[in-house]
Design a protein around this ligand. Structure first.
Ligand code: 15L
Length: 270
């Protein structure tokens, strides 16, 4: 029996949320599924709650009777500041604060590889490297990781931040041969984070066992995450684009996010 049995998933109607909903069903005593969008009717062992995470009272209500939160809710891509600020920053604060105040002791936070997007693809990046966000979205995930650190250190919560790569059924381009995470590996990763014995604060890359992975993931072994899928099976479909040039979408880990609104100088990004 897992130590955590009553799990809240925010953003449960999204792509990752729907996959987790199916993948975690039956594994825990109770799954509370929340989203701002309508959710499919609850199955046995599930509860569905439509809630806006920018409303603190609604978030506090979500925490009642829960012992672990998987926080996916928010805008899952680059967006204007007036969408990122409430949905990714204020809402994430609400989730951490309400969790703490209501006795939730573990949060699995959906961070992103876009926290380290402006590192060069030739460089292998670990969890100890300084953050290098490539977008307002990436900055919001850095904020979430910092909140995680705060609530772990100040309040003793157990926090896992998952720097999720490219969640897809299959890799869809050359970059994703490195960054892809399959649905079944995503389910395994989140389950390991929920089920792991006590830990303080962990950052993990959410990535499959890709031959071309460029992220070191020392905490994967610690929580027992053993990805089963490898994007290399799809490599023949995606020839390498010419590298060493001035295209930020090719030169950096964050790929397309690095090119959005870009008017910097690729040559000056060491
Ligand atoms: C993410 O964090 C995004 O949520 C998703 O839309 C993808 O763009 C993914 O990263 C990626 O880097 O491929």
């Amino acid at each position: 029996m897992a130590a955590y049995t009553r799990i809240l998933i925010t953003g449960a109607a999204g792509e990752i949320g729907s996959t987790l909903r199916a993948g975690l069903r039956g594994a825990y005593e109770r799954l509370r599924l929340s989203d701002i969008r309508p959710l499919a009717p609850a199955e046995p062992g599930e509860e569905t709650v439509q809630a806006d995470l920018t409303d603190y009272a609604a978030v506090a209500a979500l925490m009642q009777g829960v012992d672990c939160v998987v926080h996916l809710g928010g805008v899952p891509r680059e967006a204007p500041w007036d969408a990122i600020l409430p949905n990714n920053i204020a809402a994430t604060y609400n989730v951490f604060e309400a969790a703490h105040r209501n006795g939730v002791s573990r949060i699995v936070f959906a961070s992103s590889n876009h926290t380290i997007g402006y590192y060069r693809v030739g460089d292998e990046i670990g969890i100890e490297d300084p953050v290098r966000p490539d977008s307002r979205y990436g900055v919001s995930k850095v904020f979430g990781e910092a909140l995680g650190r705060l609530y772990a250190d100040k309040h003793g919560l157990s926090i896992a931040c998952l720097r999720i790569g490219s969640f897809r059924e299959q890799p869809g381009d050359f970059r994703q041969l490195s960054t892809w995470i399959s649905p079944r590996d995503t389910v395994q990763l989140v389950r390991r984070c929920i089920d792991a014995p006590p830990f303080h604060f962990l950052v993990l890359y959410g990535v499959s066992a890709n031959t071309r992975v460029r992220w070191r993931n020392p905490n994967a072994g610690f929580i027992g995450y053993r990805p089963q899928d490898n994007a290399e099976a799809h490599a023949s479909r995606f020839p390498a684009p010419p590298a060493g040039g001035a295209d930020p979408t090719v030169e950096f880990h964050g790929g397309p996010f690095c090119g959005l609104e870009f008017d910097g100088d690729v040559g000056r990004i060491e």
